[in-house]
Design a protein around this ligand. Structure first.
Ligand SMILES: N[C@@H](CCC(=O)N[C@@H](CS)C(=O)NCC(=O)O)C(=O)O
Length: 214
């Protein structure tokens, strides 16, 4: 299984951490995001969206990070991290869709304003952050309520691909300056749960979008 990715990005870290969580081997093909290699014709032939990540496994080409995790877990029978019982699976699928459709776009605003813009020599626009804040708190409140009753998102004994997927858009939460103070269960899950997972630590990304600790 080849994974085309740049480990610094949200959706690439998601796939790499998820594959590590499930213990599935892969070959990383580095696509340099800041060199815009995702826009090169050779890569667009794999992923016409010109976005990363993408996966090639034999004759199967797959893009969409959550679809890659679902496929890898099913192919390798990793039912602990992607349970097969009907209701738990439906619940996890729901959180994966919610992450892609609602959570990632909201967290991404903070990533762009507080990380990417300053890194490129610009400055965050407070008006953009202010206008996103109500939506962010609505979504974070939904997640916080779920985590009040559960250690992990899907109510399982161990972390699942739902935890990795939903944590990924906030992977640089400090640098993103995500307003997490009002969401204690979300904080506990992220700080004492996800960030303690070896799979998460192995795919560490720090301020400046660096992937190696000094
Ligand atoms: N829904 C897609 C989103 C992929 C995506 O947006 N990837 C970003 C990096 S996290 C990207 O490559 N964006 C293209 C660009 O900024 O040029 C997925 O989950 O795979």
């Amino acid at each position: 299984m080849k994974i085309y990715a740049d480990p610094i990005t949200v959706n690439c870290r998601k796939v790499l951490a998820g594959l590590d969580l499930m213990g599935v081997p892969y070959e990383l093909v580095h696509v340099d995001y800041f060199k815009a290699e995702q826009k090169a014709p050779a890569y667009i032939a794999i992923n016409p969206n010109a976005s990363i990540p993408a996966m090639v496994d034999g004759d199967l080409i797959l893009w969409e990070s959550n679809a890659i995790l679902q496929y890898a877990a099913d192919k390798h029978g990793r039912s602990a991290v992607y349970p097969t019982d009907l209701k738990t699976r439906a619940d996890i699928n729901r959180w994966l869709l919610w992450e892609a459709a609602a959570w990632f776009p909201s967290c991404y605003v903070y990533l762009v304003e507080n990380c990417v813009k300053p890194l490129l020599g610009g400055a965050a626009d407070p008006a953009v952050l202010d206008s996103q804040a109500p939506n962010f708190h609505k979504l974070a409140g939904i997640l916080d309520a779920r985590l009040k009753a559960h250690q992990w998102i899907a109510g399982t004994e161990v972390a699942t691909i739902a935890d990795i997927a939903v944590a990924s858009p906030m992977h640089l939460h400090g640098w993103q300056q995500l307003p997490l103070d009002d969401h204690p269960n979300l904080r506990r899950w992220m700080f004492d749960g996800v960030e303690k997972l070896p799979a998460w630590q192995k795919t560490w990304v720090g301020e400046g979008f660096i992937t190696k600790k000094a």
